[in-house]
Ligand binder design. Structure first.
Ligand code: ZN
Length: 308
């Protein structure tokens, strides 16, 4: 049979595909819906309305072949530190208390259940790919990430194409189950300098779009799930900022790609940034801790592969 009796029961039952008569463990894992790799791509400050056929043809095309939320929102305040901490801990800023990088608020984070630590319990590594940081900043970032259970920091030169390339090469070389977080900040930098949706912002977005072409190779891959999102929008109140409460600052894209993702589906269900951590855990066969505030985005996956 496909699912051993000793497996945890909290995952419920699944509708099994036809090949389930095999006893092969790897096949069993696939039947149970586990992914080997989840690539979480966070594009800082990417507004969903910037993802158009003309402006981001690659991403627009990829999302049309995968699953995407018709509308999704980030947390408030809509700032990067708060949003990334929510992605890393599954809780809103009221819980984690981190809306600016300060040592005082780190103590509160310590009492939470960071996603990388939850993944580690499942035997899943977490790698974060970011642009190269200098001396003390790199040391600090490394210390913070390790505190949260991140396995490694993979440095990359500051160009979106290189970050994506380095991240995907790393994932291909590492045979362990792994969450690979790719973080691109070029759109946010352009938004602050010249304004959201300005020609310079849209140029930065186009450059990011060209960097995403290698993702196409994973569209049919049943072992890799690609989750795409942003930490916030921008230009809702002030043209060059994003931290005020405003629907345009709150709006983010949330999309998924991969061989077992519903193809060509735009979901009208409400989606939040906080839904991403439980969905990532579920992709690796885990359940989110009770304190996580989001829900698993079951609607993004083919029915027979989703755990009830
Ligand atoms: Zn910003």
């Amino acid at each position: 049979m496909c699912v051993s009796q000793s497996e945890p029961q909290d995952h419920g039952t699944v509708t099994l595909p036809r090949h389930c008569s095999t006893t092969n463990q790897q096949q069993g894992d696939k039947v149970r819906g586990r992914y080997r790799k989840v690539v979480l791509l966070v594009i800082d400050g990417l507004r969903p309305d910037a993802i158009t056929q003309d402006g981001m043809p690659t991403l627009h095309g990829l999302l049309r072949r995968g699953w995407q939320a018709a509308s999704a929102t980030t947390i408030r305040p809509s700032v990067t530190v708060a949003a990334l901490t929510s992605l890393a801990t599954g809780v809103s800023p009221e819980r984690h208390g981190l809306s600016a990088a300060s040592l005082q608020s780190l103590g509160r984070v310590r009492g939470l259940k960071p996603l990388p630590l939850e993944l580690k319990r499942l035997g899943v590594e977490t790698s974060v790919v970011t642009t190269q940081l200098g001396g003390s900043a790199r040391w600090l970032a490394g210390a913070l990430l390790r505190m949260g259970g991140v396995t490694r920091l993979v440095p990359a030169p500051p160009a979106p194409g290189v970050v994506v390339d380095v991240g995907l090469r790393h994932a291909a070389r590492n045979s362990n189950a792994e969450l690979v977080v790719l973080y691109l900040n070029d759109a946010d930098l352009a938004g602050h300098a010249w304004g959201w949706m300005s020609p310079a912002y849209l140029q930065a977005v186009r450059t990011i779009d060209r960097a995403l072409a290698p993702l196409e190779a994973h569209l049919e891959d049943p072992d890799t799930l690609i989750v795409l999102t942003a930490d916030h929008g921008g230009g809702g109140v002030l043209p060059q900022d994003h931290d005020h409460p405003h629907p345009v600052n709150d709006a983010i894209p949330v999309g998924m790609l991969g061989g077992r993702v519903m193809p060509g589906l735009v979901s009208n269900d409400p989606v939040r940034l906080l839904d991403i951590p439980p969905t990532v855990l579920n992709a690796f066969g885990g359940a989110a801790p009770a304190e996580y505030e989001g829900r698993v985005l079951h609607e993004a996956f083919m029915t027979e592969l989703v755990w009830a």
